[in-house]
Design a protein around this ligand. Sequence first.
Ligand code: UGA
Length: 443
Amino acid sequence: TKGLKPVISVIGTGYLGATHAAAMAEMGFDTIGVDIDPSKIEALEAGRVPFFEPGLPELIVKHVGTGRLRFTSDLADAVATADVHFICVGTPQRRGSHAANLSYVEAATKAVAESLSHDGIIVGKSTVPVGTAARLRKLVADSKPEGIETQVVWNPEFLREAHAVDDTLRPDRIVFGGTDAKSEAVLREIYAAPIATGTPVISCDLATAELVKVSANAFLATKISFINAISELCEVAGADVRVLADALGYDDRIGRKFLNAGLGFGGGCLPKDIRALMSRANELGASRVVGLMQEVDEINMQQRQRVIDQAIDACGGSVLNRKLAILGAAFKPDTDDVRDSPALNVAAALHLRGAQVLVVDPEASQTAQRSFPTLSFADSLDEAVTDADVVLLLTEWPVFVNADPTHLAELAANPVVLDARNALDSEVWSSAGWEVRPLGGRT
Ligand code: UGA
């Protein structure tokens, strides 16, 4: 394909892969998305994205239309057609362990290597423990057909769910790990559009590239647990954590983002990434970061317990047979992802204690119901709040935050709201008759 644009294959069509494939097509490359799940492929080919991600269905439909993007479950065919192969499969937490399960990454990389019919580059995007890429290099060398030249490089992804398209098209930075002159040139060609608008490129060794990704998530998690630890102090000292976070945030070195105190972090990334980091650092004998991440994880999980305790307290000592309206099931707003969702975790714990829990979420009810079949779900905010003894705001969807508190106060049996995301305007809610109980100190 000398002189021509490289053709791209993207292995794995979850959040990362589907978004990356659509973004590659948008940047002008012929792209083939590959997944072993034929139902996913069928949906994507028809422009249906099997999860809620704003803007992604439109981009996929657009480029299935332009002919630049297609999806297949035939990995060998995709690899035979493409020149650059992005590995975008998941690295979930291993059962009964903190470590990452690398079996999907290994299987996908091996399958690509075995299917190579001409020279090409294998680009890892999945989040992996440091040292994985070097091992994959060996695996590829042992698996590829003789006479074919290939290289494994690492190009971590920093996209956030709910902002996946924008983050992929306009990243903050681009990291290339383990490239030589040739693969560096190919990757620079692929990312020419964001590079042209000034996105910095960091070229480094494989281990650094792997660690940049993991450290970024570890730092974000630390920021959240830091403010949550301070919020506990604010509570006992009579201080206001929201005002404090605003004041801290004006310092450029600190920044206001990820300083929202509340129920803490969940999702498919931050929790499992800090645990995988603990596990890998422990293996390598780097004990400081293990202790630090352990504390971050503990503070985070404690926030869930604090909300459970607060709900019990608001019900006068027991939630048995009390009606609780749970606002939010997704791990954060603008997604239907419920993986390690703090909201559902709290809802399930209160349900176990005998509360009548009614959950409402604008997008995540279906996915939540599949994971928590014993929980009850309401179709609307009004339905959830009607006759509630206590309302718990657990995911700060704009439709909840901007709801009319006067109307809701008329529906509730008891106008008490636990603002576990510190997202409500307490003055407005109080003057509508609500008793607002924040999580962590607020005056
Ligand atoms: C996170 C990172 O932000 C991305 O940069 C990274 O690429 C991604 O993981 C990944 O590794 O794939 P994501 O899991 O989509 O992205 O969600 P975030 O927006 O980071 O939110 C994580 C959690 O932190 C949510 O549960 C959110 O409610 C919570 N959070 C966030 C807080 O409790 N307080 C805050 O101030 C901010």
